[in-house]
Design a protein around this ligand. Structure first.
Ligand SMILES: Cc1cc2nc3c(=O)[nH]c(=O)nc-3n(C[C@H](O)[C@H](O)[C@H](O)COP(=O)(O)OP(=O)(O)OC[C@H]3O[C@@H](n4cnc5c(N)ncnc54)[C@H](O)[C@@H]3O)c2cc1C
Length: 443
């Protein structure tokens, strides 16, 4: 029976473990090494002001088939995000750091109608078409996986799914080429992408369109696990029967002729038939040896730092030059905007005030909080190495780094979400299982 090591218990590692169990059967050994004391990686929540608040990967789209199916399989209900009583008028504000660029109610058809009025019907229609085409191409990944397609490289997966047109240029370039004019891209789309990736519409088009689809441009709804998205991953890992080693940092993977040795500080070195790294290699600190010496995994990728600031308090609408507090604030790419995005994320029943979440490239200091809020009752700060800087035409590492050694997160250079990471973890598991079968005597 094969033994497989998975390094990382985020969405990628969990779906790799889940898929490997399906493919290798109940007797196979699947060991998940996680350096943190808890499962989930960037799916991570805290208790704050008496409420549970997600600090990282929060929203799952109803078309995200791998996660939706996983939740159904392990009996975790996914529900629409509930923020409690709205703090103000519940509108969406696009702000340039000095004044409102656009404001509209978030509910029903009123937002699309306001976008049409502001940016023109054809521009919005063309952008929706682009988002729907990209979504359809991404959704074809599931069909390919179901039909047994196995991919050795991200490029092969991208080509087979018809995603190549969204990889070579930025969203802004693609939109321009499709005749989208005016400020829809540098205002609205940039606002959404500053919220989603802390980057602008210069992101690689696939990430940009996935972000816009997540904002509702391609239909569907956004849901989350009320008990925390990491609880969904924990439930799936438990159901998969994988051996979970929390607080276990891996720092070396060395394949020999037959096995792969996995080691780390304080860990007893263990040998496996395969090892899957389900964490960004730049951040994981794992030296991988190949038959010809150390494997080079540096593709010059940079990571985007994101400061998440959670605040329980009452916002001062006068900060935005408004009479009522908006529910969600997006910003244009303006030097005056001191944060990327900011919105109501919950309501503290114990403190009796709304809970807000800021995303910013710099820490949100006391001075800014005093200007934005009339009253602050609690603050929590978290710094993420959040996702790669999502540039067009990135260099992508092959899924197989060395014999028996695989990686998932190179794919994050084209888009970084809970679902895409999970689905790529699934594909890497398919590749591992195929390689293991090929090594069996008589294969
Ligand atoms: C602020 C923020 C908001 C986001 N919002 C959303 C959202 O709303 N919706 C969405 O879909 N996505 C969102 N994302 C993106 C999403 O969270 C990520 O794309 C996804 O969680 C990545 O999953 P992963 O499994 O690939 O990596 P990770 O979740 O980073 O998992 C990697 C795991 O590997 C472990 N690890 C690393 N190195 C080692 C080692 N040497 N030994 C052992 N273990 C190791 C880490 O501790 C970690 O648990 C957001 C991300 C951030 C930061």
């Amino acid at each position: 029976m094969p033994d497989v090591a998975i390094i990382g218990s985020g969405s990628a590692g969990t779906l790799a473990a889940w898929r490997l169990r399906q493919l290798l059967g109940p007797e196979a050994g699947i060991v998940v090494f996680e350096r943190e004391p808890a499962v989930g990686g960037r799916a991570h929540h805290i208790q704050f002001a008496g409420e549970q608040i997600e600090l990282g990967g929060t929203l799952i789209h109803t078309d995200n088939r791998r996660l939706i199916d996983l939740a159904a399989a392990v009996g975790v209900e996914l529900t629409e995000r509930r923020t409690g009583p709205p703090a103000g008028d519940g509108s969406l504000l696009l702000w340039d750091g000095r004044e409102a660029v656009f404001q509209a109610p978030l509910d029903g058809l009123r937002l699309p109608l306001a976008l049409i009025r502001q940016y023109g019907p054809f521009n919005l229609l063309k952008l929706r078409t682009l988002a729907k085409q990209a979504k359809a191409a991404w959704n074809s990944v599931y069909g390919l996986q179901d039909q047994g397609s196995v991919f050795e490289t991200p490029q092969a997966l991208i080509a087979a799914a018809g995603l190549a047109p969204y990889i070579q240029e930025s969203l802004a370039e693609l939109a321009k080429g499709r005749g989208i004019r005016g400020h829809l891209i540098d205002h609205f789309a940039t606002g959404v992408l500053r919220d989603m990736y802390n980057q602008t519409s210069d992101v690689i088009a696939l990430a940009g369109l996935v972000g816009l689809a997540g904002a509702g441009l391609a239909g569907g709804k956004l849901v989350a696990a009320p008990s925390g998205n990491s609880a969904l991953l924990a439930a799936a890992l438990e159901r998969s029967g994988a051996e979970l080693l929390l607080g276990s940092r891996v720092d070396g993977i060395v394949p020999d002729a037959v096995k792969v040795s996995v080691s780390g500080p304080g860990l007893t070195p263990r040998s496996f038939d395969a090892a899957v790294i389900a964490a960004p290699l730049e951040l994981a600190g794992i030296a991988v040896e190949g038959p010809d010496g150390p494997v080079t995994t540096d593709v010059g990728r940079r990571f985007q730092e994101v400061h998440v600031t959670v605040v329980a308090g009452e916002v001062n609408p006068a900060f935005f030059g408004l009479r009522a507090v908006p529910g969600d604030i997006l910003t244009t790419d303006s030097p005056q905007a001191q944060f990327k995005a900011f919105g109501q994320t919950g309501h503290s029943r114990s403190l009796g005030v709304p809970i807000w979440k800021f995303f910013s490239a710099e820490p949100v200091g006391e001075e800014l909080l005093e200007r934005v809020f009339v009253e602050v009752k609690a603050v929590h700060r978290h710094l993420w190495q959040a996702y790669p800087v999502l540039e067009p035409a990135p260099e992508l590492l092959a899924f197989r780094l060395a014999p028996g050694v695989y990686q998932v997160n190179g794919f994050e250079s084209v888009v970084s979400t809970l679902e895409t990471e999970g689905a790529v973890g699934w594909s890497v598991a398919d590749l591992v299982a195929r390689d293991l079968r090929a090594r069996q005597p008589g294969a």
